[in-house]
Design a protein around this ligand. Structure first.
Ligand code: SDX
Length: 428
């Protein structure tokens, strides 16, 4: 079949670019020669039409509401496997055999402790520091403790750093929570699975044995699976750009955590709960819908809309089901769930949301579940970062191992002052 091409006519000149097909999804116009051929840059702030890289990890079809991790549908992974199986899949590209899974679980479990001096590191924070600030700092500080796994050119050191990052992020997240409530840190236990270990590190106290609810642990594990990766979102792009300069993986993950914190991204789950609390009752929903539609009002329905999904976020459906399971298990009757369900029903029948294809995203229901599990709202994005660390590491690893990888260095459309000479202060 003849190679597909795209042509650009500019200043009487025609320039031809190859069109490359992927295995699924939109093809790309390869414009790497554009500037050399035309002295022109493309202009695409927010990257709404730009593929920043080639990847084999996650595929999203926004129109159909499809999410695949290495080709496997997210609902099948969430229903059948556990988070560390998904982590293995994202990192290595295939579902693990029983032996591979056992080795991976063993390897991750035995890296869950952090250097004991990290505990002192926390003492420098105010007790009321936002835990995402603590996470940015403490994850970045890992590169000050683990010098023996920061040489990214060494595949063994890369594997060790990846293992340490996935293993220690729950421990640091639990330490951030414990520090905020003034309770002693709880060490991980090697006979617990990933999610159970995290629940115990968060909620156990020295005075009594902590009883792990298998249903809550399973629900949390599933929530981690849903948040594990999502193609080239803002925080993953941040990790890739940081890593493209050769920065060590701990520093790159800290950069990803910083980007995820924003309310337009991972911070939305915290913002959703605050919004539902502000709405307060079903009767007040119409006035907030009106505000979301009002161009002069900056208010947006948090947990709604998505750059890619112009259909229901497949994760939100599984999240909604998990929310109802957790509330039932805990015997919690949260009025905010009633507000959320009614808000979703009204929004999905409103022309504004239909025309703009604004559907609930993963953040819309996750907060209600985490609140029911007694996580404070400030910890919601920390749990998102905990789970997304697997995706960030997998994407970082893919980039580092790509022989064509280059340092990311975008250009700009300059609209500032033309060249002018310095004016002495006496003459200004
Ligand atoms: C995540 O990228 C990822 O994959 C992210 C993520 C992941 O797993 O990594 O899926 C996680 O970040 C989910 C999104 C969480 N954020 C929120 O729930 C915050 C609320 N949503 C919006 O801020 C917004 O929808 C974004 C940021 C998510 C997407 O913004 P886009 O793609 O830049 O779209 P846009 O802002 O250009 O909106 C298109 C139109 C605009 O109207 P017009 O200017 O065209 O008239 O839709 C409107 C927007 O005003 N709109 C909304 C809205 N979201 C978009 N109007 C009301 N409420 C909203 N929530």
């Amino acid at each position: 079949m003849a190679e597909r091409t795209a042509s650009l006519q500019v200043d009487g000149k025609t320039v031809i670019f190859p069109v490359r097909d992927g295995s699924m999804g939109p093809a790309v116009v390869d414009i790497r020669s554009l500037y050399g051929d035309t002295d022109l840059f493309t202009f695409d702030p927010g990257f709404t039409s730009t593929a920043s890289c080639e990847s084999k990890i996650t595929f999203i079809d926004g129109d159909e509401g499809v999410l695949l991790y290495r080709g496997y549908p997210i609902d099948q992974l969430a229903e059948n496997g556990d988070f560390l199986e998904t982590a293995y899949l994202l990192l290595y590209g295939e579902l693990p055999t029983a032996a591979q899974k056992a080795e991976f679980d063993y390897r991750i479990t035995r890296h869950t402790m952090v250097h004991e001096q990290m505990a002192r590191f926390f003492q420098g924070f105010r007790r009321d520091a936002h835990p995402m600030a603590v996470m940015v700092a403490s994850v970045g500080a890992l590169s000050a403790f683990y010098h023996d796994s920061t040489n990214i050119a060494d595949p063994v050191e890369r594997m060790v750093a990846s293992t340490r990052m996935i293993a220690k992020i729950p421990t640091l997240a639990a330490m951030a929570y414990k520090y905020s409530v003034g309770q002693p840190f709880v060490y991980p236990k090697n006979d617990l699975d990933y999610a159970s270990n995290f629940l115990r590190m968060c909620f156990a106290v020295p005075c009594e044995e902590y009883k792990i609810s298998p249903i809550l642990a399973r629900a949390l594990d599933r929530i981690f699976i849903l948040h594990a990766d999502h193609e080239q979102n803002a925080s993953t792009s941040t990790v890739r750009l940081s890593g493209s300069s050769g920065a060590n993986p701990f520093a790159c993950i800290a950069a990803g955590i910083a980007s995820l914190w924003g309310p337009a991204h991972g911070g939305a789950n915290e913002a959703v709960l605050k919004m539902l609390g502000e709405i307060g009752s079903v009767e007040r929903i119409p006035q907030f819908i009106a505000r979301a539609k009002d161009k002069n009002d900056p208010f947006r329905l948090m947990g709604f809309g998505h750059r890619v999904y112009k259909n229901y976020d497949p994760r939100a459906k599984i999240m909604q089901r998990t929310t109802q399971e957790v509330l039932k298990e805990l015997g919690v009757n949260d009025p905010l769930l009633e507000v959320a369900l009614e808000l979703e029903r009204i929004a999905l029948s409103d022309d504004y949301f239909i025309e703009k294809k604004l559907y609930p995203n993963i953040d819309f229901y996750s907060g209600i579940t985490l609140k029911a599990m007694n996580f404070p709202v400030e910890m919601f994005t920390v749990l998102f970062a905990l789970a997304r660390t697997v995706g960030w590491i997998a994407q970082w690893k893919e980039m580092i191992e790509d022989p064509n990888a280059k340092i990311g260095r975008p250009r700009q459309l300059y609209t500032g002052e033309k060249r002018r000479d310095y004016v002495q202060i006496a003459k200004r």
